[in-house]
Design a protein around this ligand. Structure first.
Ligand SMILES: [Ca+2]
Ligand SMILES: [Ca+2]
Length: 230
């Protein structure tokens, strides 16, 4: 008598270990290609946090002007902090220096950027006197350019510039009360040399500063809408 023929089961077999391994490797490669490296994510986050803080600092400066009246009843902006205590440095109604750290204690925010350096702040003297406030006709003396050569102006005659020296922190006022080593690139150097010209542009390998400013039109508009200037 012939034994019963067992039906073939090969059609129902599962994946072999080798096949599973190949699939896992392919999936791993796909995931690695999709996921942004953690370090890059942290960089993006730090930059976004600092950009948000710069926006808040602009608003805080506008609020300061709207809530402070000089001797002549007109609004004025805070002086820079030049001795790293977070308070503006002012003597006889005028600023001890037109450039320094943002006065974070006076404003209540902006003590340091995402890389633990101070925000740099420069203000035009005509806007920072607590004896004679600014008027609708006051002109800013700061220029933001597309590069250090300054052939193209991004914003001209602005009264206020606030900036972070970015992830490299080159030339920044640090939290130890000192100043970091100077940057190598001419564009970043322009943001550390204490004059009225600044560079604001999209970051590249030699430039990671985040630069913001208050245009005169925005400042004037806010003063009118809050009834501080006629
Ligand atoms: Ca101070
Ligand atoms: Ca400069």
């Amino acid at each position: 008598m012939k034994p019963a023929v067992t039906p073939s089961l090969t059609f129902a077999r599962g994946f072999s270990l080798t096949e599973m391994a190949v699939v896992l490797v392919i999936v791993a490669i796909l995931i690695a290609g999709l996921v942004i490296p953690l370090a890059t994510q942290q960089d993006i986050r730090a930059r976004q946090d600092t950009e948000n803080m710069l926006t808040n600092l602009r608003e805080a400066l506008l609020g300061y002007a709207a809530s402070h009246a000089a001797g002549d009843g007109r609004p004025y902006l805070p002086c820079p902090d030049t001795d790293d205590d977070g308070r503006e440095n002012r003597a006889g109604g005028v600023c001890s220096g037109q450039e320094g750290r943002i006065p974070w204690a006076d404003l209540g925010l902006g003590r340091n950027d995402a890389w633990n350096n101070r925000y740099r702040y420069r203000v035009t003297a005509a806007f920072s006197s607590s004896a004679t406030g600014f008027t609708l006709a006051s002109a800013g003396d700061l220029n933001v350019c597309a590069d250090a050569a300054c052939a193209a102006s991004v914003a001209a005659s602005v009264p206020v510039v606030v900036l972070s020296h970015g992830a490299n922190g080159a030339g920044a006022f640090n939290m130890a009360g000192g100043t970091n080593p100077a940057p190598a690139g001419a564009d970043e150097l322009e943001n550390t040399d204490g004059d009225t010209t600044f560079v604001g542009k999209t970051p590249d390998t030699a430039f990671d500063d985040l630069v913001t400013w208050i245009p005169p039109s925005v400042l004037v508009n806010r003063m009118i809408t809050t009834g501080k200037l006629p």
